[in-house]
Design a protein around this ligand. Structure first.
Ligand SMILES: [Zn+2]
Length: 383
């Protein structure tokens, strides 16, 4: 397989979301490749009610079933984040890298899988394999994943290998997330008569002071799960960041509203319930400020995957590229939590490195990483 050409072809199909372009073209391109490699393929059109009203969400499920073998479902997504200000959809090869939107996140991983499967053509796999190629990951796909589940049975106890992951190690868990928008209320008056009003921005600063005190306590919480040294950390660490403040309309008007957005990330040892209570208790302890929760979004934590299959993959990575380990990722994703809620077992390996500029300008993937990932996957699937 001329895999560099395949990757360039895939990058050229602009699958940006929003709005979710050309999904049909990407699947039209990929389906025959999987068929050629011995997969039984199935196009699934996600009903609009499972895609927040959006049409044209075509997913591809590919099976190479082996009765009696452990169930393994490989996960990927065909969509990419939009790009501006560079030739993101005109892929370029230079210095052992392919540049283009989606090169590392994650069309390069799909190509690594195809390459691995090519080397396994006609051989019996050591797993009962399905591949799920999904849409809208970069937007919101939780409901689409729930719809897809019926095409992936049996799921409880199945292993899910998330190819939308880092290169060089096995990802065994991620952070939970709790996003909270807090609306602080005041009373609007002329600035000169501020004694008659209530300044929502100033009140918000009192809440923020309390939240920053909490932040310092939270960031001392270290998980027992190690994280990749490239992060500058040894172990996963809990986070609280105040990432948005919006308030006030003019310099001479006392503001009657201020919105604070808090991004709390949880280590596997924490729970959403406790984190939420801690946050609310902290804010309730501040006297004289009126506030309400505007929006709450959460992704529960998932304990690290300690299944022996993870060690098996880590061993193959080490044997192939000279290093390999198991780490928790300092990021959060719906997929991890959804699969855990299905009773599946998630772990991850892909072709993303910190320098690959995913979601940024000049995104690239190392060709060598695609080749190594393909070798690792092939050995893993046959082991
Ligand atoms: Zn991705």
């Amino acid at each position: 397989m001329k895999y560099v050409e395949v990757l360039k072809d895939l990058i050229s199909i602009d699958t940006s979301v929003p709005p979710g372009l050309n999904y049909d073209k990407a699947i039209d391109y990929l389906e025959p490749l999987f068929k050629e490699l011995g997969f039984v393929t199935h196009r699934v059109i996600i009903p609009a009610e499972h895609a927040e009203g959006r049409e044209g969400r075509i997913n591809l499920i590919c099976h190479r079933r082996e009765k009696g073998k452990p169930r393994l479902i490989l996960y990927g997504h065909i969509d990419v984040v939009p790009a501006e200000g560079w030739e993101a959809f005109e892929p370029r090869v230079a210095n052992g890298k392919v540049y283009g939107r989606g090169a590392a996140d994650m069309k390069g991983s799909i190509v690594a899988l195809l390459l691995a499967m090519e080397s396994l053509k006609g051989k019996h796999l050591d797993f009962d394999v399905s591949v799920m190629l999904t849409t809208d990951e970069e937007f919101s796909q939780a409901s689409q994943l729930h719809y897809l589940a019926q095409y992936l049975e049996p799921i409880p106890g199945a292993h899910f290998l998330n190819l939308d992951s880092s290169f060089g190690f096995v990802s065994i868990t991620g952070l939970g997330a709790l996003h909270v928008d807090i609306k602080v209320k005041g009373k609007s008056v002329h600035s000169g008569l501020s004694h008659l009003g209530e300044n929502a921005v100033e009140k918000a600063s009192l809440l923020m002071k309390a939240l920053l005190d909490l932040k310092h306590r939270i960031e001392e919480r270290e998980s027992s799960v190690p994280t990749h040294p490239d992060t500058g950390l040894k172990r996963m660490v809990a986070r609280l960041n105040i990432n948005m403040v919006k308030g006030g309309i003019k310099v001479n008007i006392i503001p009657d509203e201020c919105l604070i957005s808090v991004d709390r990330r949880l280590i596997p040892e924490e729970t959403i319930e406790d984190a939420r209570k801690e946050l609310l208790d902290t804010m309730a302890s501040v006297q004289g400020v009126t506030w309400e929760l505007e929006r709450v979004f959460s992704i529960p934590t998932v304990p690290p995957n300690n299944d022996p299959i993870v060690d098996r993959l880590a061993d193959i990575i080490r044997d192939t590229i000279g290093e390999g380990n198991k780490f928790g990722e300092m990021g959060s994703g719906d997929f991890l939590h959804i699969v855990a809620s299905w009773g599946g077992n998630v772990f991850g390996m892909g072709v993303i490195r910190p320098e690959c500029s995913i979601h940024g300008k000049e995104e690239f993937v190392y060709l060598r990483d695609i080749e190594d990932a393909a070798k690792i996957l092939a050995r893993f699937l046959l082991a």
